[in-house]
Design a protein around this ligand. Structure first.
Ligand code: SF4
Length: 108
């Protein structure tokens, strides 16, 4: 008995389609995660308000150490010379390198 080439091709098409459908939600999760990481923190964010976050550290009334900025905070994971970078206290949202909040901890 010989195989019908069109059946084999149909089976292969079904296998590939199933694999693509199974992978689609994973790709969506990965892409949305990347988009969230790039979100900039707003001063009006409830957690930012609670921690007195200011994108311009000089406008933060509770800041007493004039050398304290996001880019020298231990919770800032951006590059030292970047304009902004992710902050772990705000779930990886981008904070201004020259910003500040009450959770500031000197970079170790
Ligand atoms: S925890 Fe540090 S890096 Fe994050 S907003 Fe506050 S001062 Fe900036």
């Amino acid at each position: 008995m010989t195989r019908d080439p069109s059946q084999s091709s149909r089976r292969r098409f079904i296998k590939i389609s199933t694999a693509a459908l199974a992978a689609a939600p994973l790709a969506n999760v990965l892409l949305s995660g990347a988009a969230q990481a790039a979100e900039t923190l707003s001063e009006s964010d409830p957690t930012a308000t609670a921690l007195g976050y200011k994108a311009d550290a000089t406008k933060a009334p509770k800041r007493t150490d004039k050398t304290a900025f996001c880019n020298n905070c231990n919770l800032f994971s951006g590059k030292a010379d970047a304009a902004d970078g992710p902050c772990s206290i705000f779930g990886g949202k981008l904070v201004n390198a020259k910003g500040w909040c009450t959770a500031w901890v000197k970079k170790a």
